[in-house]
Ligand binder design. Structure first.
Ligand code: MN
Length: 203
């Protein structure tokens, strides 16, 4: 079954003023759609077309040589953006609660320290990529990835990821990536992050 772009659970303008409607529309309808189209094109006619995205992304070494880079870039792009839409929302911001809050306190000190670490990794990512909070199998960690590489490729569970490609912020923030990262935390949906945390720990 071919991969498809998931619908947004909120309107393009729901994250304003932090992320503008035009950026959301282009990002979801053009950029994410292109990753999905290119992924399906790369997988078409191979047995990998029937596999889950996670299976494909954790099996890149087994893919045909002439498909591997296209699947890495576009499959990663599909996975990363699907998560990105899920962990943002119109009633975002604030602080995490429950087990996730406890785990953040254990690993980073407090949520402000977590945000600083995620933002720092995002600012330092040269060129395009992502900055992440992941469950690495035993605990929480912050990391960044280049291009559309995803922690899934390393067997980790991404819980929160911020797109630091210029297409994610340029209309509103131009070259000011640190300002975008600072504002982004106003749209984080901590409940969605907590659900991914619970699933990762029990998985
Ligand atoms: Mn993007």
């Amino acid at each position: 079954m071919a991969h498809s772009v998931p619908d947004l659970a909120y309107a393009f303008d729901a994250l304003e003023p932090h992320i503008d409607a035009r950026t959301m529309e282009i990002h979801h309808d053009k950029h994410h759609a292109a990753y999905v189209t290119n992924l399906n094109t790369a997988l078409e006619g191979t047995a990998w077309a029937e596999q889950s995205l996670e299976t494909v992304l954790t099996s890149l070494d087994s893919l045909p040589d002439d498909k591997r880079m296209a699947v890495r870039n576009n499959g990663g792009g599909h996975a990363n953006h699907t998560l990105f839409w899920e962990i943002m929302g119109p009633n975002g911001g604030g602080d995490p609660s429950g087990a996730l809050a406890d785990a953040i306190a254990d690993a980073f000190g407090d949520v402000g320290d977590l945000k600083a670490a995620v933002n720092d990794a995002g600012v330092k990512r040269f060129g395009s990529g992502w900055t992440w909070l992941v469950w690495d199998g035993t605990g929480l960690a912050v990391k960044s990835t280049p291009n559309q590489d995803t922690p899934v490729m390393d067997g980790e569970a991404p819980l929160l990821g911020i797109d630091v490609w210029e297409h994610a912020y340029y209309l509103n923030y131009q070259n000011r990536r640190p300002d975008y990262l600072a504002a982004w935390w106003n749209v984080v949906d901590w409940d969605a992050v907590a659900a991914k945390f619970d699933a990762a720990r029990s998985g």
